[in-house]
Design a protein around this ligand. Structure first.
Ligand SMILES: Nc1nc2c(ncn2[C@@H]2O[C@H](COP(=O)(O)OP(=O)(O)OP(=O)(O)O)[C@@H](O)[C@H]2O)c(=O)[nH]1
Length: 340
C-alpha cells in the first residue's frame, strides 16, 4: 500500500488541531493507525498524540526572538527553514513503515488585521502567496506520498455569506497554488443549526449573496469607488459616513485595504454592518456566480459529535489519496462463520 497523507489547513482557529484529534480518535476506535504530525511552528498545545513536531526543529517564538521578526515574517522564516532542512522531515517520516497514514496539522494564517467585525483573519497567505508550502508538498510527492489537502472553514461563517465566500476564495487560491486534490470541510457544525447548514450548502453562492444583501434601487445615487476605495456619490462628492460620522482620514484608518473591499466593507465597522456598496455587491455576486457555475468550491459539513460526519470526511480523504486500494478485500463476516 502506498504512503498517504492529509495536509490540514485553513484560516487560524478554524479547528485544524481539533480535526486532527478527532480523526486520530476515530481511527484508533476503528483499529486503524494514523500519525499526526505538527507542522505549525506557532502551536502552543494540542490534544492529539503527536508523532513528531516541527517545534523540535524550529519554533515561531524562537524565530521571532532571535531574528527580531514579527509573526508573519517569523512564520514564513520557519517554513523556509523547514524547506532548507527537509532531510529532518525525511528522517522523521522514514521512522514510519512504508504504508503509514499521516495527518499534518499545518499553520493557520497569521493575524495581521481583522475584518471590521473582528471575525475573519487575513494575513500572510502561506498557501497562495509564498511558494514555501508548495515546495514542501512537492518534496512529499517526490517521496511518493499521495497527498490530499483538507481545507477547513468555520461553519459560523455561514451567518455572513460574503465572509463565507471570501473563505471559499481562500480555499480556491490554495487549490490553484498547491495543485493538490482538495477536500473542503465546514467545521464547528455543532455550533450551527444543522438544517441551516444543509440549506446553506445546497444554495448557490450567488443566491445567498443576493438574499443577504438585497440590492437597493441603484438609480437613486449609485455609489462608485475611487482609487482609494472610498465611497463617492453619483455626483462625485465624497459620501458621508452615516454610521460613524468619521472624517475621511479616520475612515481610511478604519477600512481594511485591498481585496477585502471587493467583498464589501464601506466605511469601517458601521459600513460593514450596512452591507456592501451596490457596485461591490454586484461584483461579489458575479464572483460567487463563477464559483457556482464551475462548481469550484464545495464543502462537506463536519459536526465532531457525529461519527457519521467524521467517517464521511475520512472516507472522502481516503478516496482522494487512494488509501486501501491495494488492501485485500475483507471476507464478509457471514462467509467466515459459514467456512467455520
Ligand atoms: N464547538 C466547537 N469548537 C471547536 C471545534 N473545532 C475547534 N473548536 C474550538 O475552536 C478553537 C480553535 O480550535 P483549534 O483546533 O485550535 O483551531 P486551529 O485551526 O488548529 O487553530 P490555529 O492552530 O491557531 O490556527 C478551540 O477553542 C477549539 O476548542 C468544533 O468542531 N466545535
Amino acid at each position: 500500500m502506498g504512503k498517504c497523507c492529509q495536509m490540514v489547513m485553513g484560516p487560524a482557529g478554524t479547528g485544524k488541531s481539533t480535526y486532527c484529534k478527532i480523526m486520530q480518535e476515530h481511527c484508533q476506535n476503528a483499529k486503524r493507525t494514523v500519525h499526526v504530525v505538527n507542522l505549525d511552528p506557532a502551536a502552543e498545545a494540542f490534544e492529539y498524540e503527536v508523532a513528531f513536531d516541527i517545534r523540535d526543529l524550529i519554533s515561531l517564538e524562537d524565530a521571532m526572538e532571535e531574528l527580531e521578526l514579527g509573526p508573519n515574517g517569523g512564520l514564513v522564516y520557519c517554513m523556509e527553514y523547514l524547506l532548507d532542512n527537509m532531510d529532518w522531515l525525511k528522517d522523521e517520516l522514514d521512522k514510519f513503515d512504508d504504508d503509514e497514514y499521516i495527518i499534518f496539522d499545518c499553520p493557520g494564517q497569521v493575524l495581521t488585521f481583522l475584518y471590521p467585525d473582528g471575525a475573519f483573519p487575513f494575513g500572510v497567505e502561506l498557501y497562495s502567496h509564498v511558494p514555501v508550502m508548495r515546495n514542501v508538498l512537492d518534496q512529499l510527492k517526490s517521496w511518493n506520498y499521495n497527498v490530499c489537502a483538507v481545507f477547513l472553514l468555520d461553519a459560523t461563517f455561514i451567518t455572513d455569506p460574503a465572509k463565507f465566500m471570501s473563505g471559499a476564495l481562500l480555499s480556491l487560491s490554495a487549490m490553484v497554488q498547491l495543485e493538490l486534490p482538495h477536500l473542503n470541510v465546514l467545521t464547528k457544525c455543532d455550533l450551527a443549526d444543522r438544517s441551516e447548514v444543509e440549506r446553506f450548502l445546497d444554495t448557490e453562492n450567488a443566491a445567498l449573496i443576493s438574499m443577504h444583501y438585497p440590492q437597493e434601487d441603484e438609480d437613486e445615487g449609485e455609489n462608485v469607488m475611487d482609487d482609494e476605495g472610498l465611497g463617492r456619490g453619483a455626483g462625485g462628492e465624497e459620501s458621508a459616513d452615516v454610521g460613524t460620522g468619521a472624517t475621511t482620514a479616520q475612515r481610511e484608518e478604519l477600512q481594511p485595504r485591498g481585496r477585502l473591499q471587493v467583498l464589501g466593507a464601506q466605511g469601517g465597522v458601521e459600513g460593514a454592518r450596512r452591507g456592501p456598496l451596490p457596485r461591490l455587491a454586484r461584483l461579489t455576486e458575479a464572483i460567487s456566480g463563477v464559483l457556482d457555475d464551475y462548481t469550484m468550491v464545495n464543502f462537506l459539513p463536519l459536526d465532531i459529535r457525529d461519527e457519521e460526519d467524521i467517517a464521511l470526511v475520512l472516507h472522502h480523504a481516503d478516496y482522494i489519496v487512494q488509501y486501501g486500494e491495494d488492501l485485500e478485500p475483507k471476507q464478509p463476516k457471514d462467509d467466515i462463520e459459514m467456512d467455520a
